[in-house]
Design a protein around this ligand. Structure first.
Ligand SMILES: *[C@@H]1O[C@H](CO)[C@@H](O)[C@H](O)[C@H]1NC(C)=O
Ligand SMILES: *[C@@H]1O[C@H](CO)[C@@H](O)[C@H](O)[C@H]1NC(C)=O
Length: 283
């Protein structure tokens, strides 16, 4: 009896070691969804002499490409990721720098290989992201393809930054929380990953008068493993709607901090299984 008790103590005190062997050496997948600020408008400006919207092409060191960071193209193939990450996804807009590469460059050392799945489209409302709608189904399709496309991998988190378009209409703003919870629940369920971490961004800007209502819904989303970082106060492009390149770099880093603050479910699981198996062995 004492012996068994002693083993319990030893097991409780020793850190789980199974972790590094059970995590597959394939891609760690992050899904990027939302509207323009997630797609990236950093460095995008109105060239008034030609009356066209252009990207300045400036990629800061924090957002540089890395052979270990891939992106899933519109054709569902992996390629080395580069800014603008959403160029072939948010096809009707001029894309610039978003938070994705800054995020990936900070997590790549821990994960070995990172696979980004860009799904964001500018100017979209949350009602367009509900299950059954095109953007939702497209996101699920792309996420599932990412898990099986050559190399494959496992889902690590969803990065979500959306809501500017829901600040215009009172009903969109007041239904925001309800729709958001449904969207997160449906997505986790369709990806068969009920506790998939979601890092969402509380809006810095809105296109209409109901910014406060939408931000409140985001900051008070009370779902397990949904974490919110607040973009309010980050410097904006002259349009007053979009984060600058430097702000996007900062936002990506804030999202990493929120992500790394989540206790690893893999570690909890392996520690737990060792605890359960040990007494069976010695009885
Ligand atoms: C760009 O700026 C010009 C001049 O201010 C304006 O007329 C035009 O509507 C702008 N274009 C866009 C797409 O914002
Ligand atoms: C781009 O514009 C076309 C034509 O209006 C539209 O059918 C399509 O859905 C748009 N795609 C995106 C990603 O916005």
């Amino acid at each position: 009896m004492n012996k068994i008790f002693l083993f319990f103590i030893v097991v409780l005190l020793s850190p789980p070691r199974v972790h590094s062997q059970t995590v597959p050496r394939s891609l760690s997948i992050f899904i990027l969804a939302g509207q323009s600020n997630m797609a990236g408008r950093g460095g995008v400006y109105n060239d008034t002499s030609k009356n066209i919207i252009v990207w300045d092409g400036v990629i800061p060191p924090e957002s540089r490409s890395n052979p270990s960071i891939l992106r899933l193209t519109a054709k569902l193939e992996w390629e080395e990721a580069k800014e603008p990450l959403h160029a072939d996804i948010d096809v009707n807009k001029t894309n610039g720098v978003g938070p994705g590469m800054s995020f990936a460059n900070r997590v790549v050392n821990r994960f070995g290989k990172v696979g980004l799945v860009p799904c964001s489209v500018g100017g979209t409302k949350l009602s367009q992201w509900q299950k059954g709608e095109f953007l939702y189904e497209e996101t699920v399709k792309r996420a599932k393809a990412a898990a099986v496309a050559s190399g494959g991998g496992s889902y690590q988190a969803v990065l979500w930054y959306q809501g500017e378009s829901d600040t215009v209409d009172f009903v969109d703003a007041s239904d925001y929380k309800k729709r958001l919870v449904k969207f997160f629940n449906d997505l986790r369920s369709d990806l068969q990953h009920p506790n998939l971490p979601i890092i969402q961004v509380a809006l810095a800007t809105g296109a209409g008068p109901y910014l406060g209502e939408v931000r409140k819904a985001q900051l008070e989303t009370d779902l397990e493993n949904v974490h919110c970082v607040d973009a309010m106060g980050l410097p904006l492009e002259p349009d007053g709607l979009h984060l600058t390149t430097a702000s996007q770099v900062r936002l990506g880093q804030m999202m990493v901090d929120a992500f790394f603050a989540i206790p690893s479910s893999a570690e909890i699981f392996s520690g737990f299984s060792v605890l359960v198996l040990f007494p069976l062995f010695f009885l």
